[in-house]
Design a protein around this ligand. Sequence first.
Ligand SMILES: [Zn+2]
Length: 141
Amino acid sequence: MSEFVQVACPACLAPNRVPAVRVAEDPKCGKCGAALLDGAPAELREDQFESFVARTELPVLADFWAPWCGPCRAMAPHFERAAQQLKDQVRLVKVNTEDAPGLAARYGIRAIPTLVLFRNGVEAKRTSGALDAGALTRWVA
Ligand SMILES: [Zn+2]
């Protein structure tokens, strides 16, 4: 691992260079003070998502979901648990496809939940269907 890892702020999208040794120490955004890696999934809007992914060197796991989707709601606590378990390794984010139809179309989201893993801003893999916390952490490994 390099000396610094860049992560985008989920609030203001500022790219922050965090010393690799500090990633697990609840780093804050240098611009707005928001928590960068607090172990909770970041809810991203359509206008935030691509900048966030492009500015984050940690792998980003995106959950494309919708409020009316039962399996999505069932997976939510598992996704939160996985975010806590993976907090210094993978950035977990959620995209409400109801509020971000353009994004869902751009990424070809045909079923929800769909999980997409990005590495260095590029899609590495995806899967559809709800996973529990254990399966989520195994899937991103
Ligand atoms: Zn910020």
